[in-house]
Design a protein around this ligand. Structure first.
Ligand code: GLC
Length: 450
């Protein structure tokens, strides 16, 4: 590789590399923001009470779930055996069209209800036997109960009109009625991070964090109720899961590429951590660096592939495939010199490694918030394609944990929780319908004797 190219890459590495002292500094800022968020004060971490705690593992029955928040919507029927096993009886996945994401809210919710209807038909399910539904809606929503909440603002490129500020359960219920599915009772509304934590802790009581590393990124953890100063609702249990919305954390060192990406994004100034970490953005950060290398004449004597000239043309999937050696033709690698390829792969490595190291730092912040000296074991349930599919990603996270904590890092286990967000919605529906019945019994004492 030419000396100039090597120098350029070294500079880039300097801009993107996160050291252990950097991480410790970030953790302190994170704790400060967590405290402010829990107190209801100005903070880049929303710290949203979910109105639900971790399950006991004995929740039982068949439940419906909608899981929405990435590129697909998933509808599931889940059986809970009451002994910690949750088994999907049926599941369908439907891609969310650009029109549904960005059109009117009515169209968006009609699409959701239409997907439920298609699911019933596809699996030949006698609809009325499955009535209680858990709704995973993976956006920042301020909840007012376990089954209601208003969308604060869209993230991840969604923009359907007339939804921000509205109760998304009400909008869903209306759309279900329009489809003749009014018999469905939407008993729970949760975030995907809450779902992931709930799904894992259904059979693993050590689990105390749910994390998503996919199109977006975020996490949830159980908090002691008395520490949630802003929470005014009923206090039936000792703990409540908090949806951190860590994608919004804005106390990270940013570089010129982060600023450029943010300035031309649909939500400038928001979701700053998400823009440095999640699958929606890594390809674009890498592309911006490569465009600079092209401008400086460091790579490409041959024609420049299209993918590098279109904003968001380069996706995280391309990065992931290239890292697996499945060099994609679209990257133009077939006509490229070995040194150009190496330079590009190094850019991909730098960008994805920063993502993994920030994710591990944020996890470390939450773990030390719960357990300052890491005296207990912690299982972190993680879902999302970045964690699941990107080669070396989870190892890079583990390296960062070891850099921060040394040997104690072994007490923190990162575990994949596939489809946790949907299954967690079904388990939460079970918790919610159970407490609904309980309050009904309390109000109508004669029911107790039946
Ligand atoms: C975005 C959403 C958040 C969600 C995350 C992962 O950050 O705002 O609610 O949990 O993406 O899907």
């Amino acid at each position: 590789m030419e000396k100039e190219t090597l120098n350029f890459l070294e500079d880039i590495n300097g801009l993107f590399y996160l050291t252990a002292p950097d991480a410790r500094d970030i953790m302190l800022r994170f704790h400060k923001e967590m405290g402010l968020g829990l107190a209801g004060k100005e903070s880049s971490l929303k710290m949203i009470p979910s109105f639900v705690g971790r399950p006991r593992g004995n929740e039982k029955g068949n439940f419906l779930a909608i899981d929405l928040g990435g590129t697909n919507i998933r509808i599931l029927a889940v059986r809970l055996d009451g002994e910690g096993r949750a088994e999907p009886l049926a599941m369908s996945r439907y891609p969310i069209s650009h029109e549904a994401m960005t059109g009117t809210g009515v169209r968006f919710f009609d699409f959701i209800a239409g997907s439920v209807e298609a699911f019933f038909k596809e699996h030949n399910i006698e609809a009325k036997r499955l009535q209680n539904l858990g709704f995973t809606f993976s956006f920042p929503v301020v909840q007012s109960s376990i089954a209601s909440g208003r969308l604060i603002s869209w993230t991840k490129g969604f923009s359907a009109s007339d939804v921000e500020g509205e109760d998304v359960v009400e909008l869903l219920v209306r759309a279900l009625k329009r489809r003749g599915l009014g018999f469905i009772d939407v008993v729970a509304l949760i975030n995907d991070t809450v779902g992931t934590l709930v799904a894992k802790s259904y059979n693993d009581h050590i689990c105390d964090m749910g994390v998503i590393l996919g199109t977006g990124t975020n996490a949830a953890y159980p908090e002691k109720i008395e520490r949630i100063a802003k929470y005014q609702g009923p206090r039936h249990q000792d703990e409540m899961i908090i949806n951190i919305e860590w994608g919004g954390f804005n106390k990270l060192r940013r570089n010129i590429y982060d600023e450029t990406l943010d300035a031309s994004s649909f939500n400038p100034g928001e979701q700053r951590l998400e823009k440095m970490v999640s699958g929606m953005y890594l390809g674009e950060i890498a592309r911006l660096i490569i465009v600079d290398m092209i401008k400086e004449g460091l790579i490409f004597n041959s024609p420049i592939p299209e993918i590098f000239s279109q904003p968001y043309g380069l996706t995280t999937e391309h990065l992931s495939l290239a890292a697996q050696g499945q060099i994609s033709h679209e990257l133009g690698f077939t006509h490229m010199s070995q040194t150009d390829k190496d330079a590009i792969l190094e850019v991909f490595r730098i960008v994805s490694n920063r993502s993994a190291r920030i994710a591990a730092t944020a996890i470390s912040a939450v773990v030390t918030w719960m357990d300052k000296k890491i005296e207990s074991n912690h299982v972190i349930a993680i879902d999302g394609t970045l964690f699941e599919k990107y080669p070396g990603y989870s190892q890079n996270m583990e390296t960062m944990l070891a850099d921060i904590f040394g040997d104690s890092a072994q007490k923190i286990r990162l575990e994949k929780e596939k489809d946790g967000s949907g299954i967690g919605a079904a388990i939460t529906a079970a918790i919610a319908s159970y407490s609904k019945n309980k309050s009904l019994i309390a109000r109508l004492p004669w029911l107790r004797h039946r």
